[in-house]
Design a binder for this molecule. Structure first.
Ligand code: SAH
Length: 253
C-alpha cells in the first residue's frame, strides 16, 4: 500500500474529549504520521478556536473530522475496534502493545476492512459501557507508577507505529543533497595534484619523499570523499599553487 491509502481504513476515535486543545494536538499528531480519519464522539467543546490553534497546520484533519453523538454511531461499519487504555483492566479482552496491535490491524487494512482505534477522556478514560463496544485493548507500556500519557501523546505513539508498518521508507529526495561518489581515477588525479602541489610549495622534497604520499593516500581513501569534497580539495591545491606563482600550467590533472 502506498501513499495514504492505508490510512483511509483506520479511524482514530476520540471519546468525550474535555479540552479542545487536545483535539487539535491529536489532529497534528495524526497528520505528522499520515493518519487522516478523525472521529469525535461528544466532544465537550467543539468546534473551537483552541483546537484549530493547537492543530497548527493540521486543520484539514479537523475540517474532515466527523462528530458523533455516541460511540456506537462512530463505529458503524468497522471490522475491529481497539480501545486505547492507560490502565490494565480485568476484562476478558486481549491486551496488546501498539506494535502487536498493528500486526493484528495490518491484514484487515490490506483486506480493505476498516478498523477503529478508540481513545478515552483525559480524566476518566473510557466507561465500561464504551469498552463493551471494543474487541481488543491496546496498552502503551509505560512507567507502571505513571502510565497515563497525554491524549495526543497516546495518539502520536499509535500513529507512529502504524506509519512504521505501512509507510516507513525515508524519501531519499528529502535527505538533502545526494552525494556523488568519486572513482579511483578521480582519486589518482587528486593524489597527483597533491604531490605536485606539495613539491611546489616546498612541503615535500621529491628526492626524499619518505612515506608522505602513502600516508595521505590512506587518509583520503578512508575519508570516503564525494565529488563535491574532492573539488574543494583540488580547489585548495590550485589556490596554493597559484599563491606560489606557479600557475602556468593551470590545474594539473
Ligand atoms: N486517567 C485516564 C487516562 C486518560 S489519558 C485513565 O486512567 O483511564 C486519555 C486517553 O489516552 C486514555 O483514555 C487512552 O485512550 C489514552 N492513553 C493514555 N495513556 C495510555 C497508555 N499508557 N496506553 C494506552 N492508551 C493510553
Amino acid at each position: 500500500m502506498t501513499n495514504n491509502t492505508w490510512s483511509e481504513n483506520i479511524l482514530f476515535v476520540l471519546v468525550g474529549t474535555t479540552h479542545p486543545g487536545n483535539i487539535g494536538a491529536a489532529a497534528r499528531a495524526m497528520k505528522t504520521m499520515g493518519v487522516t480519519q478523525l472521529h469525535l464522539v461528544a466532544p465537550l467543546h467543539y468546534p473551537s478556536a483552541e483546537a484549530t490553534a493547537r492543530a497548527s497546520g493540521a486543520d484539514d484533519v479537523l475540517a474532515k473530522s466527523v462528530v458523533h453523538a455516541d460511540l456506537a454511531s462512530a463505529l458503524v461499519g468497522c471490522d475491529q475496534v481497539y480501545a486505547m487504555s492507560a490502565r490494565l483492566r480485568h476484562l476478558q479482552v486481549p491486551v496488546r502493545d501498539p506494535r502487536e496491535a498493528v500486526a493484528d490491524i495490518t491484514p484487515r487494512v490490506h483486506e480493505n476492512k476498516p478498523v477503529a482505534i478508540v481513545f478515552g477522556r483525559e480524566h476518566s478514560g473510557l466507561s465500561n459501557a464504551e469498552l463493551d463496544h471494543c474487541h481488543q485493548l491496546i496498552h502503551i507500556p509505560a512507567n507502571p507508577d505513571y502510565s497515563s500519557l497525554n491524549l495526543a501523546a497516546a495518539v502520536q505513539v499509535m500513529a507512529y507505529e502504524l506509519k512504521m508498518e505501512f509507510d516507513s521508507a525515508i524519501d531519499p529526495g528529502r535527505i538533502g543533497e545526494i552525494r556523488q561518489s568519486v572513482t579511483s581515477d578521480d582519486l589518482e588525479y587528486l593524489y597527483t595534484h597533491l604531490e605536485q602541489t606539495m613539491i611546489t610549495i616546498g612541503f615535500m622534497d621529491p628526492d626524499k619523499p619518505r612515506k608522505l604520499m602513502r600516508r595521505l593516500r590512506h587518509l583520503f581513501n578512508r575519508a570516503d570523499l564525494d565529488q563535491n569534497e574532492l573539488q574543494i580539495l583540488r580547489g585548495i591545491l590550485s589556490a596554493a599553487e597559484k599563491h606560489h606563482g606557479n600557475d602556468e600550467g593551470g590545474e594539473k590533472t
